[in-house]
Write a protein that binds this ligand. Structure first.
Ligand SMILES: NC(=O)c1ccc[n+]([C@@H]2O[C@H](COP(=O)([O-])OP(=O)(O)OC[C@H]3O[C@@H](n4cnc5c(N)ncnc54)[C@H](OP(=O)(O)O)[C@@H]3O)[C@@H](O)[C@H]2O)c1
Length: 319
């Protein structure tokens, strides 16, 4: 296989991206298409808005039918995997997400896929007390044992216009005079730009070496400064109020109830407060959150983005 994404593209090799109509997957698919590559997406939601039209092939992500997944992966050189759940809902749990990923890996092996580029998260470990991070750790082990060549990218907090978390923090900052932060807000976060993550994923596809790489931007903030930077960019003078984590969780559940969404989960608060969304290594992605914010302050947080509406069409009391 050739050594650069551009040459990989001209060879007409097939790349499969899970969730190309979602957030990260969309950027990976776009980066591949820009390089002239052939792209197929695996998705359980083919009727989501498709920004690529006929440039992308669509195949069903049907975990109930591993043979079908293997058929859909047939002929693919690289599988870019973004599949994961943010929180348990409608019968999907972190355990089922691990099991589904195992089925995907088995199907990839059967189909003869050469390499997997997998999106994980910093702090992923099977020892983690946090189910989200523990599940991600289990998946990393499955990948390492899968027999596929792999690149595991571990992003932190991924920012971009289609993001939910940063967008909804900005939405709250725009609307309310106070912003409650869990604890003192002195824990750190090292945000990474979604297009940088996608570029890292695509450029890592041609290699054959097995690697785990943190995908992190150049700036590290305390969470308090992160919110302050957002508020300043949006032109809002806001009082940032430290509250006990359980009070922050209560507020987020209250707001979530009012909006019919899950705004922030306990794992997300705990992961943030444990400074899991930061890397001990050097930055691997160039875009600074502060400079991105300067160019996007008019757009970020203009509208609330509901995870439940986006994914399930609304709340049903099942989560
Ligand atoms: N967003 C962040 O800030 C962040 C930070 C660190 C790590 N990550 C990791 O980055 C990866 C991509 O995240 P993303 O935010 O870009 O996710 P996303 O686009 O919302 O979803 C990615 C994929 O997961 C599937 N999926 C998501 N929720 C699901 C559910 N409840 N049930 C069934 N399938 C579901 C989607 O399926 P469909 O195609 O069928 O919709 C899609 O294939 C994930 O592995 C995540 O853990 C994200």
């Amino acid at each position: 296989m050739s050594g650069t994404p551009a040459r990989m593209a001209s060879s007409g090799e097939l790349n499969v991206v899970t969730g190309a109509f979602g957030y990260t997957g969309r950027y990976i698919a776009r980066a591949l298409l820009e390089r002239g590559a052939r792209v197929r997406t695996l998705t359980a939601h083919p009727s989501q808005p498709n920004p690529f039209g006929e440039k992308i092939e669509i195949a069903p992500m049907d975990f109930g039918s591993p043979d079908r997944i293997a058929d859909c992966l047939e002929g693919a050189t690289t599988l870019f995997n973004t599949y994961w759940i943010r929180f348990p809902y409608r019968g999907a749990t972190f355990e089922t997400a691990v099991e589904n990923t195992r089925a995907l890996l088995r199907a990839a092996r059967v189909a003869g896929v050469r390499r997997i580029v997998h999106i994980s998260i910093t702090g992923a470990t099977e020892d983690s007390p946090l189910p989200y991070f523990r599940g991600k750790g289990a998946v990393e082990r499955e990948i390492a044992q899968s027999g596929l060549s792999y690149l595991i990218l571990r992003p932190t907090l991924i920012f971009g216009l289609e993001d939910i978390l940063v967008n909804n923090i900005a939405w709250l900052v725009r609307r309310f005079p106070l912003f409650a932060i869990p604890g003192r807000g002195d824990y750190r976060v090292q945000p990474v730009f979604v297009a940088d993550l996608a570029a890292l994923a695509v450029s890592g596809a041609p290699g054959g070496d097995n690697r785990i790489v943190d995908a992190v931007g150049p700036e590290i903030y305390t969470f308090r400064d992160f919110v302050r930077t957002l508020a300043r960019a949006l032109g809002r003078a806001r009082l940032i109020v430290p509250v006990p984590p359980r009070v922050a969780l209560f507020f987020s559940r209250f707001i979530g109830y009012a909006l019919g969404d899950v705004t922030l989960t306990r794992d997300e608060i705990d992961g943030l407060m444990a400074s899991l969304l930061v890397s001990s290594g050097p930055p691997t992605c160039p875009t600074a959150f502060s400079s991105w914010l300067e160019g996007n302050a008019d757009l970020v947080g203009k509208a609330y983005t509901s995870e439940l509406v986006k994914r399930f069409g609304g709340r049903d009391g099942g989560g």
